[in-house]
Design a protein around this ligand. Structure first.
Ligand SMILES: [Zn+2]
Length: 417
């Protein structure tokens, strides 16, 4: 009897040991966030480097990205947006593109102990091992290539790894959601012209991610048809929640999730944090304010012209921020609603983060003032029942998977010739 009890006790304790080994202690949101590879696919900081001589070691000075915020937010990698304002830089898009690219590379070179300039998933992984922040680049707006595949390839050679086919302006070979209803602007027949299709194919071949943020719905569907690699939306939200034309319908979310050739694991939609895209209430208030903002903008442009000075993006941004600050910020839950919606409609493997930091005049949900606040997103997701594994995917895992696939497709296409 005694032996039996001892055996039972031994078996019981063995069971407890097995249980303890297979059930890890539940991680706190802080632990989940600090263990994760966090990737943000859209930040507009390069305008600041060029126009304000901003350095990442500076205080934020109204922005959302600097080394301190990157460190506090455990930001492992981000794509710096190379965005050329189409009116201000008319007739020299390539020059401005190159200046912005140079500004990113210069920042990385100035802080080699903290930043690794990166152009591949392997680089991102290396940076992570070295406890560095991986800095990548994406072009925002196909007008930067000035209808030249040679320029597209040159930008790739300088390190650019995605390109949104358009910004808010249609460019002759791809249409934008920003002006696709404007009859005075020439548009393509099928969403992409023949040249536009060759741009997408060349991006697949060289390994540049096709980014469909900003494009018209028609261009989106055509780009997905043409692309042999999965597409991403580097900074887009859900139209079912906020009816902005450059947000994505549920059908577009599902189509992006199934993009890529046969056997593809599909694309990823990275959620924009901009208040005007995540909250219908905010968007309505903004529409009500629009004529006032337009007038103030043209007045400021006229003032600069009269004084013989060149107006910059930062000047315009300051004005827009003053106007926007009058509208109440949406709650953080508005951002989480968008992530949650896309995770439900497109799938947990197809959603990520594309903040648009430094590009939205500070119009961000409550509690999100800089990259330092990114752990709050993880905490809010976990409060809604998302597991540590789900959070890893959303925070960066999904983007890594799609980016790796783009790299593999390029290798295959280069062999096929
Ligand atoms: Zn954008």
């Amino acid at each position: 009897m005694k032996i039996k009890i001892t055996l039972a006790a031994a078996l019981l304790s063995a069971n407890i040991m097995t249980l303890a080994q297979t059930t890890p202690a539940k991680l706190t949101p802080e632990q989940v966030h600090s263990n994760a590879l966090v990737i943000d696919t859209h930040e507009d900081t390069p305008q600041r480097y060029v126009d304000e001589h901003f350095d990442l070691s500076d205080p934020l000075k109204g922005g959302q990205i600097n080394l301190d915020a990157i460190h506090k937010g455990n930001l492992g990698a981000s794509f710096m947006s190379i965005w050329v304002e189409p009116d201000l830089y008319k007739d020299h898009y390539a020059r401005r593109t190159l200046e912005l690219i140079d500004s990113v590379r210069t920042q990385a070179a100035k802080h080699p102990d903290q930043i690794k300039f990166s152009t591949s998933t392997a680089d991102i992984e290396t940076a992570r091992r070295e406890h560095k922040y991986a800095m990548l680049m994406g072009i925002e707006g196909g007008h930067s290539i000035e209808d030249s595949l040679g320029l597209l390839r040159s930008y790739y050679d300088l390190g650019v790894r995605y390109m949104t086919l358009t910004w808010s302006n249609s460019n002759g070979w791809a249409d934008s959601s920003g002006d696709d209803t404007d009859a005075s602007i020439p548009h393509t027949q099928n969403g992409l012209s023949d040249f536009g299709e060759s741009v997408v194919r060349e991006m697949n071949r060289i390994g540049m991610i096709v980014d469909i943020s900003h494009v018209s719905d028609k261009t989106f569907y055509r780009a997905v048809e043409v692309s042999r690699a999965p597409v991403i939306a580097s900074h887009s939200a859900a139209r079912a929640i906020c009816d902005a034309p450059r947000n994505m319908t549920d059908d577009m979310l599902r189509t992006a999730a199934h993009s890529g050739g046969p056997g593809s694991k599909g694309g990823v939609i990275m959620v924009n944090f901009y208040s005007g895209f995540i909250s219908q209430a905010y968007r309505n208030a903004q529409i009500a304010q629009k004529s006032e903002v337009d007038k103030a903008t043209s007045d400021l442009k006229a003032k600069f012209k009269a004084e013989g000075k060149e107006i910059t993006y930062s000047d315009l941004e300051k004005l827009q921020r003053q106007m926007a600050d009058r509208i109440p910020r949406p709650p953080l839950s508005a951002l989480i609603d968008n992530i949650d919606h896309i995770a439900k409609v497109a799938g947990i493997d197809h959603v990520g983060l594309g903040s648009d930091f430094d590009g939205v005049s500070g119009q961000l949900p409550e509690g999100i003032d800089s990259a330092a606040d990114l752990p709050k997103v993880t905490a809010a997701l976990m409060a809604r029942g998302y597991t540590a594994e789900d959070c890893d995917k959303i925070l960066g895992g999904n983007l890594m998977r799609a980016f790796k696939e783009v790299e593999q497709v390029a290798k295959q296409l280069q062999v096929e010739k």
